[in-house]
Write a protein that binds this ligand. Structure first.
Ligand SMILES: [Zn+2]
Length: 301
């Protein structure tokens, strides 16, 4: 079964590449989170086949550059650009000096239009994103080796009401979005509304299942209580019969005693209905039977 990450990427791949502004923004997102983005080499590595093809098409549309594509072990595809002029052209389109950059930072002006922001986040997710399956506790991660860049992207997400956090690992920095609405908002924003819907559905099913379990547990506990009570009442009635007291009681009490013995699993409500009296009336009669049995046994003892 494909992972949820790859399901999301499948959905993102179905987006047509239309405007060139968006092609640049999506490529930019890919480049910032890819394997290598430097003046001497651009290397994008992915095990998602659809993405590798899309990435090549995007670079073509955005920069008129055709990367060399090679397939490696484990279904990994590598896109490689080493031509200095081509890399220079890409650098300039992404807002850097033709000579490259000292440290990687975010050129936010490339994402000012809404269409471009969505495309950029799509590229970021393609290149650095992963998400765990909706059946588990949901968690979306964007991983990069550039800590300063991650802080800028984190702030960008915050600006768009996408709550997130940052954690530093030995060789990488991770922007994470925890379970909750932000993951669905992120997916919707970057163009995977069906995946977002799937998450929401899963959450709803989980809530319904929990609720049913709670109700079942509650019903079980009530039944247990009712059975415990029934046992004590039947004991009392048995004692009353043995001591000969039962026959001396008024007909209303005798009737309830009979119903209780004949229907050991019935609830108070059910017994009340059978006896055609109120629940509290029934309760008082049962209590009376228990009291009399207690008094009878103490007299006897
Ligand atoms: Zn655009």
């Amino acid at each position: 079964m494909p992972s949820f990450s790859s399901e999301v990427k499948d959905e993102l791949c179905r987006h047509p590449i239309r405007k060139s502004c968006c092609a640049v923004a999506e490529s930019y997102g890919i480049l910032l989170f890819c394997h290598t983005f430097s003046r001497s080499e651009i290397r994008v590595v992915s095990s998602h086949k659809g993405f590798a093809e899309r990435c090549a098409a995007l670079f073509q549309r955005a920069f008129h550059v055709t990367p060399a594509i090679t397939s490696g072990k484990g279904g990994r595809t590598t896109l490689l650009i080493t031509d200095r002029d081509e890399i220079g052209r890409i650098m300039v389109k992404c807002g850097y000096d033709e000579a490259g950059f000292v440290s990687l930072h975010l050129n936010a002006w490339l994402l000012e239009k809404d269409c471009c922001l969505a495309s950029f986040l799509r590229g970021v997710f393609f290149s650095g994103g992963s998400i765990v399956a909706p059946e588990k506790k949901c968690h979306l991660e964007l991983t990069s080796s550039h800590a300063a860049l991650c802080r800028e992207i984190s702030a960008l997400l915050m600006e768009h009401d996408l709550k997130n956090g940052i954690s530093h690992r030995t060789t990488s920095t991770v922007i994470y979005i925890k379970a909750g609405e932000s993951i669905e908002d992120f997916l919707t924003l970057c163009g995977a509304p069906l995946s977002a819907m799937k998450l929401m559905q899963e959450k709803m099913l989980k809530a319904i299942r929990n609720n049913i379990n709670r109700q079942n547990n509650f019903a079980d506990a009530n039944l247990d209580k009712a059975i415990d009570a029934s046992f004590g009442q039947r004991e009392a009635i048995r004692r009353l019969r043995e001591t000969g007291l039962l026959q001396t009681l008024e007909p209303g009490l005798r009737e309830v005693a009979r119903l209780r013995e004949e229907n050991p699993a019935a609830s108070l409500a059910e017994l009340a209905q059978m006896a055609d009296i109120s629940r509290s009336g029934l309760y008082h009669r049962l209590r009376k039977l228990c009291e009399l049995a207690g008094a009878g046994s103490s007299k006897k003892g």
